[in-house]
Write a protein of this length. Structure first.
Length: 261
């Protein structure tokens, strides 16, 4: 059975130490524990991690999380084994997120490795930045678990990628073939994912996101309406006005005036 740990991520972690661990030179087996600290490892080697009566195969690209005061046994397959690590506290007391103790980071390995290396580099100079980098690693690690287990309400990875692509390109032209290509799926598959995951067509979702951003800028900023139209990818003012009426129920000027009254 898989082994799980519970993370509380409502507050950023407090990074006590982070670095590159080198093991195996003293022998193929090591035992240790950290009485008050969590430990996260991103592995570059093969071996076995054992704690709480469960053995977890280690492979390059796997990531593990071990709670404080837990005795861990490492078994190494080579005389020199390297991993990125972070030792940290979790001060939050909010909602707990259940995460596998060992996961394959897969396509996220390079991103997580980069974030952990930034955590290592920032540690001595900027503890706040190290904390922010590791917080991102932990949140992305929970997303790995969500995607792998297909939990109810969790969006398909390709849909999440498509939605992120849309957010990054709202100011420019967005075509369904381009979005499908960015998400790594076919046009037909993308359409089905949006229907199932959002209840909208791809075009309707883009229009809604553009107008949600436009509404925010109309209400919260003094940016000129033509500039807002361009910022949300509808530079034609007539088309922008028409879309505002359709999605927000009023003209851009009325949306802005009503918010200020």
């Amino acid at each position: 059975m898989p082994q799980y740990v519970d993370l509380t991520l409502d507050l950023p972690p407090q990074v006590v130490n982070a670095g590159v661990g080198v093991h195996g030179s003293a022998g193929p087996h090591e035992v240790f524990r950290l009485p008050r600290l969590w430990q996260l490892h991103l592995y570059g080697y093969s071996g076995v991690l054992e704690f709480g009566g469960t053995r977890h195969p280690i492979r390059p690209g796997h990531i593990s999380l071990v709670p404080p005061d837990t005795e861990v046994h490492f078994h190494y397959d080579a005389p020199r084994c390297e991993h990125l690590y972070a030792h940290f506290r979790l001060p939050g007391e909010g909602e707990r997120r259940r995460v596998p103790a060992m996961q394959d980071a897969g396509a996220e390995t390079a991103v997580l490795s980069g974030l952990l290396r930034q955590t290592v580099a920032a540690g001595p100079q900027s503890p706040a930045r190290a904390s922010a980098e590791l917080w991102t690693v932990l949140w992305r690690t929970t997303a790995l678990a969500d995607a792998a287990e297909h939990r109810p309400g969790v969006r398909h990875p390709a849909l999440r990628t498509a939605m992120a692509h849309i957010e990054e390109h709202l100011a420019g032209p967005l075509t369904i073939p381009d979005i499908a290509r960015a998400a790594g799926v076919s046009h037909t598959h993308l359409t089905r994912l949006f229907r199932e995951g959002t209840g909208h067509t791809v075009v309707a979702y883009i229009r809604r996101r553009r107008m949600e951003r436009a509404r925010h800028l109309l209400i919260a900023s003094t940016l000129a309406i033509p500039a807002i139209a361009a910022t949300v990818g509808i530079p034609d003012l007539q088309a922008f006005n028409k879309t505002c009426h359709r999605e927000l129920g009023a003209s851009p000027r009325t949306v802005r005036a009503t918010a200020g009254s």
